[in-house]
Write a protein that binds this ligand. Sequence first.
Ligand SMILES: C[S@@+](CC[C@H](N)C(=O)[O-])C[C@H]1O[C@@H](n2cnc3c(N)ncnc32)[C@H](O)[C@@H]1O
Length: 305
Amino acid sequence: MTAPFRKPRPADPVWLSGAIWKEIEKTGTSAFLAACSPGIRLERWGDTLRALVSPSLAAGTEPFLPSSPPEISWKANRVIWQIDGEKTASLSLGSGWETEVQELGLGYGIDLSPGVAPGLFPDQRENRLTLRSLRPKSLLNLFAHTCAFGVLAASEGAATLNIDSSSRALGRGKENYARNKLGGTEHRFWAEDVRKVLPRLIRRGEKFDAIILDPPTFAHGAKGRAFRIAHELEPLLISCLALASRRCAILVSVNQSGTGESELATTLREILAREQVRARLRPGHRPPEVPPERMPATLWIFRED
Ligand SMILES: C[S@@+](CC[C@H](N)C(=O)[O-])C[C@H]1O[C@@H](n2cnc3c(N)ncnc32)[C@H](O)[C@@H]1O
C-alpha cells in the first residue's frame, strides 16, 4: 500500500530572542507573540502556546509540537493548534480553552476557544504603558471590549467609563476588574452603541482626562446600522474633543489596511484644524515582538489649549 501523501513540515517559526523574552516577562507580562514565520504564528497566553497556521500551509500538514530554543526555559502546559480563521482547533497538549494571563502586572481572563476573541490585544501593551504614565483621574474607554485599558487606568486610581455594544465582552471586562480587586461605583460599564452614547455624555457635560478611541474597522450594527471606520472616525473624534478636559490625552487606533501612521496623522491634523483645537500628536508605541505590518496605526493626541 502506498503511504498517504504528506506535505513536508513547514519551516520552524523564528522565536523571540531570550533577551527580549526576559525583558517582556520583567514587565509582568505573559501574553505576547512568541515566534513567527510566514504562515505560522505562535502566541504565548500564560501557560498556553497557541499555533495559528495559515490555511495554505495547514493543508496536509500534521499538527506538531513546536519546541522553543534552549535560551527560553518556559515550557507550555497546553498547546493549541488552529488554522487561522477556522472555527475549529485541536489540542496537542493539555486540555480546556480558558486561562489567565498577566499584562503589566495585571490579570486578564483569556478564552482560546476557536472563533472567540481571546480577550486581550497584546499589540496595545505599550499604549497601555503610556496610559499608566499619564495617570489620568478619569478615563473614557470607547469600544472597550474586555476593558483592558479600563483595568489599567483603574489600577492607577482613575474613575472609568467602559462602553461596548457587546454585553458579553463587558461581562468579561467586569470579571477582569474583579480579578484585579478593582471595584466601586466610580467604574461604569455601558453596553451600548458608542455612537448613541456620545451625544448623551456631551449633553451631561462630562469631561475626561484620557479617552481611548479604538474602534473596529467594520462591525454589523445590532439594529442594522453597520459601523465603517472610514465614515465614522471624524464624527467620533469630534465628539471625543467635546468630552476632553483641557489637558486630555486621546489615543486613536485604526486597524485598516492602507491606513498607516502618516495617513492617520494627516486625517487627525485636518480634523483638529477644522475644529480649531490646539494639540500635539505623538506616535503610539509598538511592542518589540509585534512586526510592524501587524500593528494598527496608533497616535496619541495631547490637547494643548
Ligand atoms: C478592536 S475591539 C477594541 C479593543 C479594546 N480597545 C482593547 O484594547 O481590548 C472592538 C470592540 O468594538 C465593539 N464594537 C463594535 N461596534 C461597536 C459600536 N457601534 N459601539 C460600541 N462598541 C462597538 C466590539 O464589540 C469590540 O469589543
